[in-house]
Design a protein around this ligand. Sequence first.
Ligand SMILES: [Fe+2]
Length: 229
Amino acid sequence: MFALKRTLAKPSRSILWKSLHTLPELTYSYDALVPIISKDIMELHHMKYHKTYVTNLNEIEKKMKEALSKQDVNEVARLTPYLKFNGGGHINHCIFWKNLSPEGGDPSEELCEAFTRDFGDFRGFKKELQTLANGIHGGGWAWLGYNRGYKRLELVALENQDPLEGTTGLVPLLGIDVFEHAYHLQYSNRRSQYVEKIFEIINWEDVSERYKEACTREPPAPLTFQRSD
Ligand SMILES: [Fe+2]
């Protein structure tokens, strides 16, 4: 009786610090993107890499909350790059899985018009994005994003798992993962082949929907802090 009363009055730490982030289910099977992306790559990518980002993110958030509660600024600074890497890894892969589809499809009329406006045409956009993706040193992502301030599409290459919106303010529409874990088992060192073939399984319905939604969002408010001078 006493034990029950104590449990109700004071939840255990495991309940207080329960995981907030979870590995999302894919909407297609691991072999659905064959022959562009093999089943082995999809299993490894989703069940090992993405899952590890989620596990680490939850652990880092727990440590971050403890550090913030103690106003331990040194510990917060020590944890911050790990939060960015694993949090970015989770955000990026959640977008990536939805950006892909065995059905492929075509961009919406509005998105096609934006490609023409900002890159000359779709081929111009594709060539620029592929050049960016092939040029990234080491692991990283090539992104199509929407600049809410200038109301235009932009392409950005980011290293590591830096999240596009948190790093640049651009709204992510389409990301190409060029970490070796995304293609090396199937394409070996031929990243450019992977970057070419992935265009056959881009879920343009998802990208078009992200563009439509991004156009309705206000630009981010600038971060303003007091200056000492
Ligand atoms: Fe990845």
